[in-house]
Design a protein. Structure first.
Length: 417
């Protein structure tokens, strides 16, 4: 009995001493860690600060148009917010109206329809509501075609030169843009963070599914009024589009003019965790290497991207997506083969694809569209929306040589042969 008690006391004594040594060792580590912590300093950014907020207008295809002034211009100008632009620009007519001094340059800009030398107006200030952005160099371009396409005068495009300075929040539910200073930004829950590669355009990875599954990089392009634009080389090399898909000839407008393209759908587009089914896709012969294939497959435009509220954080090279109320809207599957433009306050048919529904219905170049399905608004945005949402028969009242006519067109569904 006694030896057992001695052994027990010895055991308890040993455990106690070991616990003391362990506590002293842990305490030493804590003191050492705290000592190192005091010897280190971490500099962090200040929180991002809201600088301004203002409304915007959304045109067909998801094009964002906002109001701003340049220097002390008397009237507000219309700018497209375009993540697919590597700078900032003004329309040539707008530059002339403002009387800005133009400087020649040897710089070239590239678009889907061509290459173009551009001149500049240097060191001007973009004035948004409550925010002046000084020392901007605007290149000069001709946006007359875009103005006639959208029925709104386009005075310029806001791209990388502006976006690189701020955090820009685009809320398509409330049609509001907020601009923040760079800094620590608290992102809302329920979204997904992209980490694009940046040169002066954001490049990100998405997955396409149709003939096969393909993961590729694309330009994140809020200035493109379509869902998906793929280069012909990428489509042929990847075999992404099923051979049984119906293909339609169409036309799109871009830098340098108009461009004939092919139109079809792909089964699925996936961005992060978000999937979109039966997505319209334009396919074009990228003769000016806009997509720098094989580095990129093409671009994803704002008719798809507008289905997310966006936080565009160029300073941190991040873009945050959160699905909004538009995420469940149908895509535009309508095909007419008509190119309609606003010319001198009239909505005119300018281009007709041979063999298209518009051609079969009897439209002629120069026809003035008076009404579509009893809509007499003479608003090109309203007329385009009617064409896009009226699969099947649709009645159009036109004037040809000042004589009224009624044409019946059967709008095709690009998902079907």
């Amino acid at each position: 009995m006694f030896p057992k008690m001695v052994n027990m006391k010895y055991l308890l004594f040993s455990i106690f001493n070991n616990m003391k040594r362990g506590c002293l060792f842990i305490l030493s580590i804590i003191l050492l860690y705290n000592g190192n912590l005091h010897a280190q300093e971490e500099f962090v950014q200040a929180p991002a600060k809201l600088l301004t907020r203002f409304p915007f207008v959304l045109l067909n295809g998801g094009i964002i148009v906002l109001k701003a002034k340049v220097d002390n211009s008397a009237d507000s100008l219309n700018f497209v917010l375009d993540t697919g632009s590597g700078g900032i620009s003004l329309d040539s007519t707008t530059v002339s109206d403002l009387g800005f001094a133009v400087s020649k340059s040897s710089r070239t800009i590239r678009g889907i329809a061509g290459l173009r030398l551009v001149d500049f107006v240097y060191d001007h200030t973009l004035k948004l509501k409550g925010l002046d952005v000084p020392h901007l160099d605007f290149h000069i371009n001709d946006y007359e075609l875009l103005s006639s396409v959208y029925g709104v005068r386009i005075d310029g495009i806001i791209g990388f030169s502006f976006l690189r300075r701020f955090i820009v929040k685009v809320n398509y539910d409330d049609m509001i843009i907020e601009v923040y200073s760079p800094g620590i930004f608290k992102y809302p829950r329920g979204g997904y963070m992209l980490h694009p590669d940046f040169s002066n355009l954001p490049l990100f990875t998405a997955m396409l599914k149709d003939g096969r599954d393909v993961t590729e990089r694309f330009i994140f392009d809020s200035g493109a009024g379509l869902c998906l634009l793929l280069s012909k080389d990428f489509v042929e090399d990847s075999s992404i589009v099923k051979k049984t898909r119906p293909i339609y000839t169409t036309q799109a407008e871009g830098l340098g003019g108009k461009k004939i393209m092919q139109l079809t759908v792909v089964k699925e587009v996936r961005i992060g965790p978000y999937k979109f089914k039966q997505v319209p896709v334009h396919i074009f012969d990228d003769e000016y290497n806009v997509t720098t294939y094989p580095l990129l497959g093409g671009l994803i435009g704002n008719d798809l991207l507008r289905r997310f509220n966006l936080i565009i954080n160029y300073p941190e090279q991040r873009i945050y997506l959160k699905p909004n109320t538009h995420s469940i809207e149908n895509f535009d599957y309508a095909y007419t083969g008509l190119g309609i433009y606003q010319v001198d306050s009239e909505i005119r048919v300018i281009d007709i694809i041979p063999g298209s529904p518009g051609d079969i219905a009897g439209f002629k170049t120069g026809d003035v569209i008076f009404s579509i399905e009893n809509n007499y608004s003479k608003n090109i945005q309203a007329y385009k929306n009617l064409f896009q949402n009226s699969l099947g028969k649709i009645k159009v009242v036109i004037f040809r040589n000042k004589e009224p006519m009624i044409l019946t067109m059967i709008v095709k569904d690009i998902r079907k042969k």
